[in-house]
Design a protein around this ligand. Structure first.
Ligand code: AVJ
Length: 347
C-alpha cells in the first residue's frame, strides 16, 4: 500500500510522470490523526466527542460491531450462559413452519440488524419458493458480505439486497419490492438495545418503511431472574467482556483515540426499575484519553456506559407494539418462557 500525503487525485491522471502504473494500487491518504481517510469514521468520531464530553460518559452500542466485534458476538451466541439465541432459534423452528403456510405467494423478507443471518435461513427454508427477495440491513460490512454470500449460495433463486447502514436511521427499500408481501424480521432482541420510547419510534418507522400490508416478526427477551440474566452478559470465559472492550479498540483504529484497553473492566448491572441489563466499562485507575486534539480525563472507577438490553413481559411488549400502530397477532414462546417471538400486522 502506498502512503501518500498530498492530493490523491494526482494518481487519477493517466499522464503521470512516474513510471509506475498506479491503477491497481490502493492509494491511501493519511490525515493528522494517522488514520487513512477511507477508514476514518466520522459518525463514530462525533459520537465519541459527544459521549465522552459529559460526566455520564457513554459510547453508542452500534460501534460494538466492527469485524472483530461481529465475530465475538457470534461466539457469545454459542455460550452456554447466553440463552437468547438458542432459545429463539428453537421457537423460530416451530413458528416459521406455521408462518410459511399462511404467508402470501410472493414474500419479500426485510431483516433489520441481520448480522450472520443464521435465523433467517429457518424462515427462508420454510417459505421455500414463496420467498422471492431478501433485504438484509446490517451495520457491519464484513458481516453483511459474508452472510449474503452464504444465503445466495443456499438459495440461488432468491434475490438478495444488502444495505450497510444503521437501521435506526430509516432505510429506503428497493422500489419494485412493494409488489410482494412484505415481512419485516427483527429477531435477537435487538430492540432491547433501545429505550422504550425509542422502540416505539422505531416500530412506527418500520411500519412506514414496510407499508400497511406488512407483517413484522420481532424477537424480545423476557423479564426473568437476575440469576439467569447477569451470567448471560458476564460469562465465565470472559467472551462478553472482550466483546465490550473491543469497542475501545474499534475507536482506536477508526477515530484515533489512545484508549488503553487493559485499563477498563466490563461491568454488568440488572436495573430492576428499568427492567434492563446495563453494561459499562470501568476505568481501573485515573487516566486520560486523547483524540482529535482533545484530552478526556477519567477518574478511578469512572464508568462509560456501553449498552442497555431491555427485557419485556409479553403483555408489556404487546402494549408497546399497539402504541406504535401495529396489531398484535400470534406470540410464540419456549417452555421456560425465557424468550418471545411476536407476530405483528400493520393492518
Ligand atoms: C444483540 C442486542 C440482542 O442485548 O442480548 C449480548 C447484545 N451484548 N451480549 C443482547 C449483547 C452483550 C445483544 N443484542
Amino acid at each position: 500500500m502506498i502512503q501518500y500525503s498530498g492530493d490523491r487525485n494526482q494518481f487519477d491522471s493517466e499522464t503521470s510522470d512516474a513510471d509506475t502504473n498506479y491503477t491497481d494500487v490502493k492509494v491511501s491518504v493519511t490525515n493528522e490523526s494517522g488514520i487513512n481517510d477511507e477508514d476514518f469514521n466520522v459518525d463514530f468520531a462525533d459520537a465519541l466527542v459527544t459521549g465522552l464530553a459529559t460526566d455520564a460518559k457513554s459510547i453508542p452500542c452500534r460501534f460494538l460491531y466492527d469485524k472483530r466485534g461481529s465475530e465475538l458476538f457470534e461466539h457469545i451466541t454459542d455460550l452456554h450462559e447466553y440463552y437468547p439465541t438458542r432459545t429463539e432459534t428453537s421457537i423460530l423452528r416451530g413458528f416459521s413452519a406455521e408462518f410459511a403456510r399462511a404467508a402470501g405467494a410472493e414474500v419479500a423478507l426485510v431483516e433489520f440488524g441481520s448480522g450472520s443471518s443464521t435465523k433467517t435461513e429457518l424462515l427462508l427454508d420454510s417459505l421455500g419458493s414463496k420467498a422471492k427477495v431478501y433485504v438484509a440491513v446490517e451495520i457491519s460490512q464484513a458481516a453483511l458480505d459474508a452472510a449474503l454470500n452464504r444465503i445466495q449460495d443456499r438459495f440461488p433463486e432468491l434475490s438478495t439486497v444488502g444495505i450497510c447502514d444503521d437501521f435506526n436511521r430509516g432505510i429506503t427499500l428497493p422500489a419494485n419490492i412493494k409488489q410482494h408481501s412484505l415481512v419485516g424480521f427483527f429477531p435477537g432482541s435487538t430492540i432491547g438495545n433501545l429505550e422504550r420510547t425509542e422502540s416505539i419510534q422505531l416500530l412506527i418507522a418500520m411500519r412506514e418503511t414496510l407499508g400497511d400490508q406488512a407483517t413484522l416478526i420481532v424477537g424480545t427477551d423476557l423479564v426473568k431472574s437476575p440469576d439467569l440474566l447477569i451470567p448471560a452478559y458476564d460469562d465465565a470465559r470472559g467472551v462478553t467482556a472482550e466483546f465490550t472492550r473491543n469497542i475501545l479498540l474499534h475507536a482506536n483504529y477508526a477515530v484515533g483515540t489512545d484508549f488503553c484497553v487493559d485499563a477498563f473492566q466490563h461491568q454488568v448491572i440488572w436495573n430492576e426499575s428499568q427492567q434492563r441489563i446495563e453494561i459499562y466499562l470501568i476505568s481501573l485507575h485515573e487516566q486520560s484519553v486523547n483524540f482529535l486534539g482533545r484530552t478526556i480525563k477519567l477518574h478511578r472507577r469512572e464508568r462509560i456506559h456501553i449498552e442497555n438490553s431491555h427485557k419485556y413481559t409479553i403483555e408489556g411488549f404487546r402494549a408497546l407494539a399497539k402504541h406504535a400502530g401495529w396489531k398484535t397477532k400470534d406470540i410464540w414462546t419456549d417452555q421456560h418462557e425465557w424468550f418471545a417471538v411476536h407476530e405483528l400486522a400493520a393492518n
